[in-house]
Design a protein around this ligand. Structure first.
Ligand code: FMN
Length: 171
C-alpha cells in the first residue's frame, strides 16, 4: 500500500474487538511518535500508555470517547520543553508537536492493522487529575487504539472531504 492509499483508507474507529494489542505493535506505534518532527527538535511530547482496567475506567469517567479500546494513548507535551517562536507573539509549539506525534501514531497504527480515533473532547485538567499527570505536562489528545470490531465502519463525516479547489490556491 502506498502512503496515500493508507491515508485515504484510514478512518476513525469507534468500535473495537475485545482483543489485546501486542506489545511489539505498541512499541512500533511509540517509535513512530519518537521520530516525529518537532519545532527546533525540542521533542516535548510525552505519551502515557493506558492499558490497565483501573486506569481505563478512570479515563472513561472523564471522557466519553474511549470506546472501550484495549489501549489508550494519552498524548501530552511538557510545557517546559516546548519551543517558543519569538516572531509569533505568544506562540509555543507544544500543541503542534504533540499533534504531529499523534498523527504519526495514528497512521502507524493503521499500517499495523489497528484502528484508532483522535479524541479531544475532554477537559484536560480532569484527565490529568484522573491519571496523576503532573501540572507541567499538558494533555493534548487521547488516541484509543485496538483492532476494529467486525462491524466497525466509518462515520458519515469521514466521507465529507472538501475539494482542493476550495482549499488550495496557487500563487
Ligand atoms: C483534533 C481532533 C479532535 C477530534 N476529537 C474527536 C472526539 O473528541 N471524538 C470523536 O469521536 N472523534 C474526534 N475526532 C475525529 C474526527 O471527528 C474525524 O477525524 C473526522 O470526522 C474525519 O473522520 P475520519 O477520521 O473517519 O476520516 C477528532 C479529530 C481530530 C483531528
Amino acid at each position: 500500500m502506498t502512503f496515500l492509499e493508507l491515508a485515504k483508507e484510514r478512518y476513525s474507529v469507534r468500535k473495537y474487538k475485545d482483543k489485546p494489542v501486542e506489545q511489539d505493535k505498541i512499541d512500533m506505534i511509540l517509535e513512530a511518535s519518537r521520530v516525529a518532527p518537532t519545532a527546533c527538535n525540542k521533542q516535548p511530547q510525552k505519551i502515557y500508555v493506558v492499558k490497565s482496567k483501573e486506569m481505563k475506567e478512570k479515563l472513561a469517567e472523564v471522557c466519553r470517547f474511549t470506546f472501550g479500546a484495549p489501549v489508550i494513548m494519552v498524548v501530552c507535551y511538557d510545557k517546559n520543553r516546548e519551543w517558543q517562536n519569538d516572531l509569533m507573539q505568544g506562540y509555543k509549539s507544544g500543541q503542534t508537536d504533540a499533534a504531529i506525534a499523534c498523527t504519526h501514531m495514528m497512521l502507524e497504527a493503521w499500517d499495523l492493522g489497528l484502528g484508532s480515533c483522535w479524541v479531544e473532547w475532554f477537559n484536560p485538567n480532569e484527565v490529568a487529575e484522573a491519571l496523576g499527570i503532573p501540572e507541567y505536562e499538558q494533555v493534548q489528545a487521547l488516541l484509543p487504539i485496538g483492532y476494529a470490531a467486525d462491524d466497525a465502519k466509518p462515520a458519515s463525516l469521514h466521507f465529507k472531504c472538501r475539494d482542493n479547489a476550495e482549499m488550495v490556491q496557487e500563487l
